[in-house]
Design a protein around this ligand. Structure first.
Ligand code: AVI
Length: 354
């Protein structure tokens, strides 16, 4: 009977986002329901995102690889011998290897730390790398950035953080400043550097195409978040019923078929926003076992009627211009000291120093 007192944080966030409409930075004057962006990344979502990085319209990945290939010497020139290179979210090693190739040849005494919240990708990736690069020492650190990064404050070696893949774009500008300030204060000493992959403001058509690829992978990627919600909720409901998840009948709260993905680009702000839009009127019905938790979070546990055309916010992808680099640097206690772009200036790696 007291199970519902310990509702997992993600379940709480899902209930909260779906039951309350908020004025989100993205929506002008309208208030929307929302889902946490992390819901895009279950196993299926990670796989779909990886496939997105290969479609021609999603220029971000290709551009970042291009920059890492063509500007390697300049990048490596900023990374001294006997220093630590620390990658936040090891992501796809397809691109990190380009840098490791150069560091292995041109530097000595480099230790490469890969930080990720998920242990498995770290483990399998680093074993292979250690074989390949004999001059580099590899360390995998599993945990949140906050947990892990504070350990570096006392380190005496110079360090360079890497935050690639335009991950910064999925935070609001204020959140990015908050995150970088905390890194600056808790993990960096004077002269330490952070290299951040950032998508540049550009022709809105180019950006819209990147988030509406012709293979429909983005569509599958965004919609998968709803299936992920269904899985999280039905697994939790199964534990409330005292069943092991595998034995339970799914209690899907979303009829995924009734939704489609829509996205738009705000050229003034420099932000693509992704939504899950109802294609027809539909209901979100809470499983009976979940009612007490829903009631505690939002005051009642009645079903939610979603009207055709209502949009549930799921993701922002912020784009950066010259002025935004400066605002970010100043707000975070850093100096923007280099920008390396691809030939079209679609995407850049930016060096910030404390
Ligand atoms: C992971 N992140 C930087 C991607 C982006 O571009 O915002 C996620 C993505 N969403 C739709 N396509 C790709």
């Amino acid at each position: 009977p007291n199970h519902h007192k310990n509702v997992p944080p993600m379940v709480t966030q899902i209930i909260d986002g779906l039951t309350k409409r908020r004025l989100l930075p993205t929506d002008g004057n309208s208030e929307n329901r929302s889902l946490p962006t992390v819901l895009l990344y279950d196993d299926k979502g990670l796989n779909l995102f990886d496939r997105i990085t290969y479609v021609p319209e999603y220029y971000l990945a290709e551009c970042e690889i291009d920059v890492l290939k063509t500007r390697t010497r300049e990048i490596v020139a900023e990374i001294p011998n006997d220093s630590d290179v620390i990658e936040l979210g090891c992501g796809s090693l397809r691109k990190t290897q380009l840098l490791l190739d150069a560091l292995d040849q041109m530097r000595s005494g480099i230790t490469y730390y890969a930080i990720d919240v998920m242990p498995m990708p770290l483990h399998s990736a680093l074993g292979t790398l250690a074989e390949k690069y004999k001059n580099i020492t590899f360390v995998a650190l599993c945990g949140t950035y906050d947990e892990v990064l504070t350990h570096f404050k006392k380190a005496t070696r110079r360090k360079t953080l890497l935050w690639l893949g335009s991950s910064i774009g999925n935070n609001s500008r204020a959140e990015s400043i908050e995150f970088l300030s905390s890194i600056t204060d808790n993990a960096l000493v004077a002269n330490d550097a952070i290299i951040i992959g950032m998508d540049r403001k550009k022709d809105p058509d180019v950006i819209m195409a990147a988030y509406h690829d012709s293979e429909g992978l983005t569509n599958q990627f965004e919609l998968n978040a709803l299936s992920h919600v269904n899985n999280i909720i039905s697994e939790y409901t199964a534990t409330l019923k005292g069943l092991i998840a595998a034995d339970s009948v799914a209690d899907d709260i979303f009829d995924v078929e009734k939704f489609c993905y829509t996205g738009d680009y705000d050229e003034v702000v420099g932000r693509h926003s992704a939504y899950l839009e109802a294609r027809e009127d539909t209901m979100i019905s809470w499983p009976r076992e979940l009612a007490p938790a829903v009631e505690r979070i939002c005051g009642n546990s009645s079903d939610i009627a979603i009207k055709r055309g209502e949009r549930i916010y799921i993701e922002s992808s912020y784009k950066y211009g010259k002025e935004d680099f400066e605002i970010l640097a100043q707000g975070s206690g850093l100096v923007h000291s280099a920008e390396w772009s691809d030939s079209r200036s679609y995407y850049s790696l930016n060096l910030f120093r404390k």
